[in-house]
Design a binder for this molecule. Structure first.
Ligand code: 3HC
Length: 334
């Protein structure tokens, strides 16, 4: 009787009951966030929190997968067997990171097919940095040092993200990213300290090209970042775009001195009062151009991903056929 009465209540009344319930749930959710609790996939969460996470985690997953392309380009041309083995392992790690992250996003009710369709249609974003070309071998070391270095700076705070499946994925990812950063720095150090003049020039040229795009990886300035305030409030992001960018610059200056390269910013100088380095203006018009699909390699990167997806259709079909056969066998046995 009671259920029937509920079912027959007018639509408006049912809506009011639901939103009153939702208000209580939302209050409890906010209290858990304030207390520093982690949210699990089975827990209630506001729709906007879920959407924000799907957006960020899927963009992050796409970045890892697209990020395999600029470096993958150099696997066949690595100068020694040792460097080739390291690069192979690194590119494989990036693929693994993408997979952990797609799974983390799937716990929020989106499917891998939906996320990949968004990437392949050009609707989804991925990190701007992977739309720049890798022109020489020094670019590979520089990506390790600067790009993976920036990634670690941004991603270590994500190990404390309020959404537990994302935070757990980030613990392993960050461990591997720190190996990536070290191998890049080591490769540059060898070229700078034991290499020829031409190799040293090649390193400086790579640093000149990657420095500014690496600073853009942290996202727009806080004042122009539409998602930051809410994401910080929910503990999805723990440290702001500008603060992370500054920490990265401060860390890189000394590393550049040890390497013997010059960072391409004439305004870079220590500011005693701030306890940080001042730096020159970032070209945000370039950043938005690249994010908007008009960087040097956007088309090429997307075309490579779409081709890989199309070429892999037979593998997915075979895996599905195998899974169906196994399931049928198990049912027969039961
Ligand atoms: N490239 C492309 N788009 C970017 C961007 C970048 N470097 N920085 C920001 N954007 C986009 C945002 O996605 C957002 O777009 P949307 O609202 O349409 O989704 C818009 O610009 C405004 O930026 P916000 O600062 O408001 O966005 P966020 O609050 O999401 O902050 C972020 C951006 C700091 C990148 C954050 O999403 C984040 O920390 N993401 C997780 C880490 C990540 O994705 N890193 C990418 C690199 S992965 C990597 O480097 C792999 C490694 O192996 C090298």
């Amino acid at each position: 009787m009671y259920t029937q009465a509920m079912d027959l209540a007018p639509k408006e009344e049912r809506k009011a009951v639901r939103s009153a319930e939702e208000a209580v749930l939302e209050e409890r959710f906010e209290a858990r966030i304030d207390a520093g609790d982690f949210i699990e996939a089975k827990d209630w969460m506001p729709e906007h929190y879920r959407k924000t996470l799907v957006r960020q985690i899927s963009q992050h997953a796409h970045s890892e997968i697209v990020g395999m392309l600029p470096e993958g380009n150099w696997i066949t041309r690595a100068p020694t067997l040792k460097r080739k083995a390291i690069l192979l392992a690194k590119v494989q790690d990036e693929g693994g990171h993408g997979l952990y992250l797609y799974v983390a996003a799937e716990t929020l009710g989106t499917t891998r097919d939906q996320m990949l369709a968004a990437l392949h249609s050009g609707k989804a974003k991925y990190s701007s940095i992977f739309n720049y070309p890798t022109l020489t071998w020094a670019d590979i070391g520089t990506i390790g040092w600067l790009v993976d270095g920036a990634a670690i700076m941004n991603q270590v705070p994500l190990t404390r993200c309020s959404y537990a499946p994302y935070a757990r994925a980030m613990v392993r990812i960050c461990r591997e990213e720190s190996f990536h950063q070290r191998q890049g720095y080591d490769s540059l150090l060898v070229m700078m300290k034991e290499g020829t003049d031409a190799q040293r020039e090649m390193v400086q040229d790579a640093v000149n090209r990657w420095w500014w795009p690496s600073l853009m990886m942290f996202g727009p300035p806080d004042a122009e970042s539409p998602n930051s305030a809410q994401s910080m409030r929910w503990g999805i992001k723990r440290i702001s775009n500008d603060t992370l960018r500054q920490k990265f610059i401060d860390a890189c200056v000394q590393q550049a001195q040890v390497l013997g390269v010059t960072l391409p910013d004439p305004d870079l100088k220590w500011n005693d009062a701030r306890g940080s380095y001042d730096f020159g203006p970032i070209d945000w018009a370039e950043f938005w151009r690249v994010v908007g699909g008009h960087g040097p390699c956007n088309r090429e990167r997307l075309a490579a991903r779409v081709k890989a997806w199309d070429d892999g259709a037979w593998v997915r079909d075979a895996a599905l056929a195998h899974a169906r056969k196994q399931e049928a066998k198990q049912q027969e046995a039961a």
